[in-house]
Design a protein around this ligand. Structure first.
Ligand SMILES: O=C(O)CCC(=O)C(=O)O
Length: 274
């Protein structure tokens, strides 16, 4: 049933993915971090904002915050499903060069009244990284997201919104282009076909990034707290354990450098990259 619903809709909800104790441990770890500001380091966790306007605070590299979050990396409630939908569960899969998956972003998002994220993604874009693909009896998705509620998310709480089935759409959503031009771009409220996904604390939303998604604006007081771990196939990382030397990097043009090493490690001051 999960396979069928994921294929049909582009998402499934894993109810009770985290126990009450796990949710409590995550929230207790977060409590001292919620006043972090974008650009600030708290240990190895970095305050961040997608656009710096209405999307609230992100705490990037949240798996560094402590065991409660490190335990989510391969949590038994979802890891086998993630690998299955990436299609890297088969022995010898060439998409599984460095193991079955790679997390390319992990963060907590904290939103307060008025904050939201606008509609984005969609099957019409055919973006390789986010793609939904099924071939010869196997899923081959480019990115599977696990979004976990750390507090109950109901009406007015700024729920994640999805357009079921839009991971397969061929046409751009007619309201999407218009929404980019108006203040509606800041949330998914009012978009035809979009539904709120209400979650209890500890529930997880598993979705392919190709689905059109975003969130409702939070109208209730208080704070929405979610965690997002994005999993993709591991092949995008270096094939072998070689790394370019700093002498080479320093000698390259900016275009060459971007191809060889797209970005420098952004680390807490004083920390060493491994
Ligand atoms: O914040 C949300 O509810 C949606 C998250 C989102 O857009 C994403 O993970 O890509």
């Amino acid at each position: 049933m999960e396979r069928y619903l994921f294929d049909l809709n582009g998402f499934i909800v894993l109810q009770g993915a985290l126990s009450a104790q796990e949710v409590e441990a995550c929230n207790a770890t977060l409590d001292p971090l919620t006043d972090c500001t974008p650009g600030e380091w708290r240990g190895h966790v970095h305050g961040h904002s997608f656009t710096g306007s209405h999307e609230g605070l992100n705490l990037q590299q949240i798996y560094e915050a402590g065991p409660a979050f490190a335990g989510l990396i391969d949590h038994p409630a979802w890891i086998d499903k993630v690998i299955y939908f990436l299609g890297t569960d088969k022995p010898g899969s060439f998409d599984a060069l460095h193991g079955p998956c790679f997390i390319d972003e992990n963060f907590v998002s904290i939103r307060r009244q008025g904050e939201a994220i606008g509609l984005h993604s969609g099957g019409h874009e055919r973006v390789t990284r986010c793609q939904f693909r099924y071939h010869d009896g196997q899923f081959h998705c480019g990115q599977i997201n696990i979004l976990i509620a750390l507090r109950d998310i109901g009406p007015g709480d700024g729920a994640t919104m999805v357009i079921p089935g839009s991971h397969k759409s061929n046409l751009i959503h007619p309201e999407s282009a218009a929404a980019q031009m108006s203040e509606n771009a800041t949330s998914v409220d009012g978009i035809t076909g979009a539904v709120e996904v209400h979650l209890d604390a500890g529930d997880a939303l598993l979705f392919v990034d190709a689905i059109m998604h975003g969130s409702a604006a939070r109208t209730n007081p208080g704070e929405r707290r979610i965690v997002v771990y994005r999993y993709g196939p591991s092949w995008g990382f270096f094939r072998h354990a070689y790394r370019p030397s700093s002498a080479l990097l320093e000698s390259l043009t900016s275009r060459q450098r971007q191809i060889v090493m797209p970005h420098e490690a952004q680390l807490m001051p004083g920390a060493n990259a491994s």
